[in-house]
Each structure stands twice: as C-alpha cells, then as structure tokens.
Design a protein around this ligand. Structure first.
Ligand code: GDP
Length: 424
C-alpha cells in the first residue's frame, strides 16, 4: 500500500497531524522533498513536537522513517532536531531513521547566500525562509551539490570542497562582497554534523522497494502545499521543490512505483506565509480575528501568517494537482467564530468571473468574489462523530465538496491526535 499525504493549499494545512494519526497503520513514513524550511506541528499524548526535517512517523515506535533523495538536508539542523526529540524521550536510531545516500546537503553557504540575496532584494524580496533552500536546489541542478553518500569517502569529499569553495567565493565574495568562505569551515561542518550520521545513510530506494515487495505499507509525507510547487504553484513565490503527490515515488527513490492513494489535506480557511499574490486575503481587524482564532503563526519561523476565507478556486486547483482521491479538511473548529462564513468562489478579472485558477502572473490583478454560507457559532472541538456536528457544519463541508469537486473523508476539529471526525 503506497499512500501520499500532501497539502492542497499554501502549506500549513495540518499535514503533520494527519500523518501522525494515519501512520499507525503504516510501516514506513517517507519525506520526499524540501528541507527544514517548513514545520509540521504534531500534538499527541507524548507532547507537542515541531518537526522540520524528520517525518512525522518518528513519533511512533514501530515506524521506519525515511529522508528521501528528493530532500535537501541541513546537517546542523538535523542534528539539533534529533537532539531536541531525544530530550523529550523519542528514540532515534539507525533502525528507525534512514537517510538517502542521494539526498543533497544544505551547506552553511546556502543559508548565507539565501540571506544575502533576500537582503539585496530588500522590499522586492521573495519572503524566503532564509534556510538556504533555493540556493541548495540550484546547486543540485548545477551538479555542484554535496550528497549524503559522499560522506563515506573523506579524501574525495575534501578534494571537492576546495573546488566548490573556490567556485562559491565567486558569488559570496566576488558578487555580494561578503567575506569569503573557507575550506576549513566546510570541512569542520562535515566532521561535526555529517560524519556522525554515517550509520543512518543507505540506498532508501532499495530499502523501500524491498519493503513494498514484502507487503509493507508506505506513506509519503509532503511538505508545503500544491500552490508552492515549483512547477504548478504561484511561481516565483513557490518553494524550490515538487510538493505534489506525483513526485513522491521519485523523491523517495522508488520512481517505478505507483501510488495507491493520494490524500489531500485542506484547511477550512486560507493561510499563506511569505510574499506573492494571495487573492482571498483578509486585512486589519478581520484578519487579526481569524489569525488569533486559528493561532496562525509559522511553526518554523514564528512569522504571522496571512489569512483569508476558504478559496475554492485555488483549492480545486490544488486538489487536481495532488490527484487527491480524498480530502481531509482541517481546522474546521476555527470557523465557529462566524455567524456567516465567507468563501471565495471565483476571481474577478477584467469584468469577468473566473472559476478556474489562472496563470499565476494574472493573480495580481484578480479580486476575490465571495459568497456567504451560514455558520454554526458553537464550539465543535469536542465532536468526534459525524452526528455530533451541527447541521450548518455538515452543510459547509458539503458546500466545499461541491465547489471543489472532491470527497472530504475526515474533518479535523482540534490539534490533538483524536480531534478528528470520520465522515465517509
Ligand atoms: P503542516 O505543516 O501542514 O503540518 O501544518 P502546521 O503544523 O504548520 O500547522 C498546523 C497547525 O494547526 C498546528 O499547530 C497543528 O497543531 C494545528 N492543527 C492541525 N489540525 C487542527 C485542527 O483541526 N484544529 C485546530 N484548531 N488546530 C489544528
């Protein structure tokens, strides 16, 4: 059984919670793209955890967790994240954590270049998380990146360090006028944070292929959402990786396998971190009210998220990008706030109403067109069964299903593991 869990929107849909919940039925959980540029928040009986690089299955004792070749891994961040979890009593060993030999290493100079470029852009900045993600993916495609498998051959690795440092300084010092980086500091980074990981590194493709043949269940966990996908998202305000389900087998190292199920995680309203068009956006007091109710502050960065009502145009597109067979609707409890709930059902562009998500460059000129549906105005966070939900909440779910042409199979009503309702 091969299942993906991916974001339908801009990220922060609550995928971590859903993977944490569903992973009880899986043997493997694999992250297949991105790096430590986003955070999954998981709340369960063991505490509250923020995971940036580690798959959410790490919190379950019998799950093997995989960091796939599609990922970029900041070694220092990984070592700190592992240490943080160990402090909370989570066991992490080469048995339950496997890192692909083909995964790319995010280097300190990638973080530096990310910051230098954002600073240079000033008010035209992309809103990068400044974690080095765009520079490291750029190096991957320039074929200059370091990969985890290189840690096994120190002589070859350090010879390459010298070449790469000379090349990088053309940009760091020559371009940006920053102090040059040195081979010594790069070698020290590998020695301190890379070499201790050797026991965790393997061919995750062979591992997952073997597991699949043996009938094991594998879950692929995405970071961010469809609208941040490098190809299909709101370019250039996207991430630098493929956030869609179709990429999961590739980014996990098993490109020959086909997913059995794609689960899309969709939020009951909209949030977005960073710059770029966000058509259905609330501002001022209206935004503050929703942000506070939903506690919308970034898990990785602490930045206040931009907020707005549910965007059916963008979400229907996101569901299609994810090829979602079913959808989990999260944070429904937050909408208890409203007497009337607004939903963006079309974009106005040049006097016409658009129902289909347009080419991203047009978004800057689109205005949201809202319809209102009746709210329920009561606390639903204690509900655990479909029958316990108020009629208006069920109607809201049915309305979103119709607007987005999807099947909503679960609704989440709180951050806790059990705060979820099976609908179908
Ligand atoms: P992810 O990156 O998609 O996992 O999402 P984040 O972790 O960035 O954001 C989701 C936040 O919402 C986390 O703080 C979760 O604990 C919380 N959360 C998830 N599902 C629900 C829900 O149904 N209701 C509420 N109120 N909070 C939720």
């Amino acid at each position: 059984m091969l299942t993906s869990v991916c974001g339908v929107n801009w990220g922060d849909e609550g995928k971590g919670k859903i993977v944490d919940l569903l992973s009880q039925e899986y043997d493997y959980v694999c992250r297949y793209q991105g790096g430590n540029n986003a955070g999954h928040t998981v709340v369960n009986e063991r505490g509250k955890f923020i995971l940036n690089l580690l798959p959410s299955g790490i919190l379950r004792e019998n799950v093997v967790n995989v960091l796939g070749p599609g990922m970029v891994i900041d070694l220092k961040h990984l070592s700190e994240e592992v240490a943080r979890l160990r402090e909370k009593g989570i066991g992490i060993t080469p048995e339950n954590l496997k890192i692909s030999d083909k995964a790319v290493i995010t280097m300190p100079y990638h973080v530096l270049l990310d910051c230098l470029e954002e600073d240079r852009l000033a008010e035209k900045k992309f809103g990068s998380t400044r974690r080095g993600i765009a520079p490291v993916y750029a190096d991957k495609y320039m074929k200059k990146a370091f990969r985890m498998g290189e840690l096994f051959d120190e002589d070859r690795l350090f010879a390459r360090v010298k070449d790469v440092v000379a090349w990088k300084n053309l940009t760091v010092a020559g371009g940006y006028g920053h102090a040059p980086i040195t081979a010594e500091e790069i070698e020290a980074y590998f020695k301190t944070y890379g070499f201790p990981l050797k026991d965790y590194i393997c061919d995750t493709g062979a591992l997952l292929d073997g597991a699949h043949r043996a009938g094991k269940k594998i879950m692929f966990e995405a970071q961010l959402g469809a609208l941040r996908d490098i190809d299909f998202g709101i370019y250039p305000f996207t991430s630098s990786s493929s956030t869609i389900a179709a990429y999961a087998p590739i980014g996990a190292g098993v490109p020959h396998l086909k997913l059995d199920k794609s689960i899309g995680v969709m939020k009951a309203y909209s949030t977005c971190v960073g710059e770029g068009p966000f058509t259905a956006e609330y501002f001022g007091e209206k935004a503050e009210k929703l942000r506070a109710a939903g506690n919308e502050y970034g898990a990785a960065t602490g930045r206040p998220r931009r907020v707005g009502p549910f965007d059916a145009v963008a979400s229907a597109y996101g569901i299609r990008c994810q090829g979602a067979d079913e959808v989990v609707l999260t944070k429904l409890d937050v909408l208890s706030l409203y007497e009337e709930i607004e939903v963006c059902t079309a974009y106005e562009l040049g006097g016409k109403l658009l129902r289909e998500f347009p080419y991203p460059d047009l978004l800057g000129r689109c205005k949201p067109f809202y319809e209102s549906v009746k709210g329920w105005r009561e606390d639903i966070s204690h509900c655990r069964k479909r029958e316990e939900l108020p009629r208006a909440a069920l109607d809201y779910i049915a309305y979103l299903e119709e607007k987005c042409a999807c099947k909503i199979s679960y609704a989440a009503v709180g951050p806790e593991r059990d705060a979820i309702i099976r609908l179908k």
